[in-house]
Each structure stands twice: as C-alpha cells, then as structure tokens.
Write a protein that binds this ligand. Structure first.
Ligand SMILES: Cc1ncc(COP(=O)(O)O)c(C=O)c1O
Length: 397
C-alpha cells in the first residue's frame, strides 16, 4: 500500500474536537453535554447579514475576484479606518476564514524548515497550519502565574536563529484571553524590526475586550508597515463561523503580491458568504455593546464559580471568550475523557478541551483545560458545578 506523507502523519489532531466520539457516547447514553470545549458562540448572527443572503438575486453563482469583492474590501477598509486602523482596500485580501489567511501568511513569508516563534499556549491549529506549511514552531512559554502576559523580550531573543522568519501572536488570545498592551506590542515591534522578522497578529477577537481595556493593533505601529501582517475573520465578530470569511491584511506590497498568488490558486472566497459579510458591516454598534456585555457577564460568573473550587487557578481574561483553568488533577486529558465516558451529575456532564494541545512544548499544561464561555450564564454555572463535583469523584478513583 502506498504510504501517506510525513506531513499527513505529523498533522496534529485538534484538541478541541478529538474528544467528540466520547461526547457522542455520552449523548447516546442520554446524558446532556455542556460544550465548553469549542468557541462556537450561541449569539445570533446579525439580521442584516442573514437578510442580505435571503434577498440576493443570483442566477449564476460565479467565482468572485480572487482578492474578494471590491465593494466588500472598500467597506472593510472604511470599517478599519473607523476603528483608527489605517488600512486601504489594496492592503486586504478576502480569504476563506481566518484559517486560510493564516495559511497564506505562512505560505507568503516562510520556507520549509523556517522557524516561527509563538507564545504558548496558543490557538491549537497554529500547529496544524505550521505542519501543512513545513514550518517549525518554536514556542516561548507564557504562564498562568503571570496571567499569560508577554514573555520577557529576552526570552524571544534567545530563540531567534538564522532560520527565524516571524513571530506570531494572537491578540486578544485564544486560549488565554490575554490582551497585549500597547507597550507589549511596541516591544514586539522593536524586536521584529531589529531582527528583520515578520510580526503576524491574529486579531480575530479584536472587538471582544472587557473592563475598559482597548485593543491595540499591530497595524497601528508606525515603522512596522513592512513587518506587520494582520489576520482577521467574521466568524466570531458577527457570530458567523459557518460563513468561512476572513482576510489577510498587510501594507507590505511584496507579501500581498505573494498572498495574491495563493489566493488565485484557490480561485475565490465563497460568494454568498461575502454577501453576508459585507452586509454584516452595517451591524449597529448596539449589537456589539449587547454582545460584549453578555460575554463580560459570562466571564465574571465563570471565573467567580471556578475560583470557588478548591485548588483551581485561573487567569481572568481581558478579551476573547476563553480561559485556561488549572485543575487539581494530574491529567486533564484523562479527566476530560472520563467526564464524557464515565461521569454525569443528574444526567448532565461537560466537555472541556485539555490544554496540553494548546502548547507545543511537551509535558506542559497537563493539568490545565481550556474553557470557552460561549454558553448562557445559567448553563455556565451548572457546568462549573458539574466540574466541581466531578473533580471530587475523579480524585477518589
Ligand atoms: C485565534 C483564532 N484564529 C483563527 C481562527 C479561525 O477562524 P476562522 O473561522 O475565521 O477560520 C480561530 C477560530 O476559532 C481562532 O480562535
């Protein structure tokens, strides 16, 4: 039998989805499963976006321009400018989700065996995109003790080799919820300029910041124009994960010309989803105000309840809708599987994502889980109660 590729066997399983078969077992047994494992918001998609698709009068579902609809890119540029992020239409290529934008960013800047430094824990699919691109991930550890703030700049510098091409950050962070300060972004800017690297910033959670903290984009840093690449997406902003629309943004014309060739090779992003995404830009501010208030309340209640469990440590997220919780157990992997396979509290259990999959260093984060607070407050309270009781039972086995 012919052999599959090395890449194929190295491709990591998603830590978010790998427990799905066990969740199915739990559901078959008749148990209700609270999904804290995946960032699928339960927030309604803006009506303007849904209506735009319903009202679209299309007779031939054509390819669009490889860079995406001109009208959408123009409107996006205005949207960014309204947010004080100076981005022009030609700095944007529409992609099939932020996921494809990440692949284009790696493809346009890195060769096989080049190295990318990423503060960990990080969005697990960065591992997958790196394997697909033949790129080596070099992790720099940020820890729960410092609330996952930016590791000291010396830690980055120690890791830079002649093969280092880029630093990748997620801001606000999935899975940490950490929001980098302007000062931290400026520190990163200095180091990438000094070593002539790219700074790829995944800013798909930009709007989701709490407690008056403001997001600071890499696109705002003066002098960083040729180094900065921003990844964006409509998935979380408008609760439109299934639209599969994102974009890659940069002022570096060579990067954009290279990304455009990748964009041409895959022809175009999906048409109906672009119609929805363009219309979504007319979503009133009141939608975001309500959504962000809802997430803030969910965060507050989740953190408050988690901290009531003896031995739990958690860093309060300043943005996005995830947190990493350190639990008083040895193996989060085993615990997460056991929760689905063997435990229920009155017919209910929870699904969490073991955090080890969000690190690329081996044997780190083994007692941590990632929790997405994408459920209603009462469900979050119930979920944490289940976790609390489950930990007691599990530790007695
Ligand atoms: C940090 C981060 N980047 C990128 C993505 C991918 O988003 P998309 O749905 O736009 O492909 C996600 C999805 O969860 C994410 O959390």
């Amino acid at each position: 039998m012919p052999k599959i590729s090395k890449k194929g066997s190295q491709m990591p399983e998603s830590p978010i989805r790998k427990l799905v078969p066990y969740a199915e077992i739990a559901k078959k047994k008749g148990n209700k499963v609270y999904h804290l494992n995946i960032g699928q918001p339960d927030i309604k998609t803006p009506q303007v976006a849904l209506d735009a698709v319903k009202n679209a009068n299309i007779e031939v579902l054509e390819y669009s321009h490889s860079a995406g609809f001109e009208s959408y890119r123009e409107k996006l540029s205005k949207y960014y400018k309204n947010q004080n992020i100076p981005i022009d239409t030609q700095n944007i290529i529409i992609t099939t989700g932020g996921s494809e934008a990440l692949l284009f960013a790696l493809g346009s800047t890195m060769d096989v065996d080049d190295e990318i430094i990423i503060p960990e824990p990080f969005y697990a699919n960065y591992n997958g995109f790196s394997v697909a691109s033949g790129v080596k991930v070099v992790p720099v550890i940020s820890s729960i003790e410092t609330g996952f703030s930016l590791p000291p700049i010396e830690d980055f510098e120690k890791l830079i080799t002649p093969r280092t091409k880029a630093i990748l950050i997620c801001n606000p962070g999935n899975p940490t919820g950490y929001l980098y300060s302007e000062e931290e972004i400026n520190q990163l800017a200095q180091i990438v300029i000094k070593h002539d690297l790219f700074l790829i910033a995944d800013e798909v959670y930009r709007e989701f910041t709490y407690d008056g903290f403001k997001h600071y984009s890499v696109m705002n840093v003066k002098g960083l124009e040729n180094h900065a690449i921003m990844i964006d997406s409509v998935s979380k902003r408008f609760s439109m994960c299934g639209a599969r629309i994102g974009c890659i943004v940069s002022k570096n014309t060579e990067v954009m010309a290279a990304a455009m060739k990748f964009a041409q090779a895959r022809l175009s992003p999906p048409t109906y989803a672009q119609i929805a995404s363009e219309a979504a830009l007319d979503t009133p501010q009141s939608y975001f105000d309500e959504v962000i208030e809802e997430y803030k309340e969910r965060r507050d209640i989740l953190i408050e309840e988690l901290l009531k469990i003896e031995g739990v440590q958690v860093a309060t997220p300043k943005g996005a809708f995830y947190c990493i919780a350190k639990l008083p157990i040895k193996s989060a992997n085993d615990f997460a599987q056991w929760l689905l396979e063997s435990y229920d509290l009155d017919g209910e259990t929870v699904m969490v994502a073991p955090a080890a999959g969000f690190y690329s260093s081996p044997n780190v984060g083994l007692d941590e889980v990632r929790i997405a607070y994408v459920l209603k407050k009462e469900d979050l309270v119930k979920s944490v109660k289940i976790l609390k009781e489950a930990i007691k039972v599990y530790n007695k086995i």
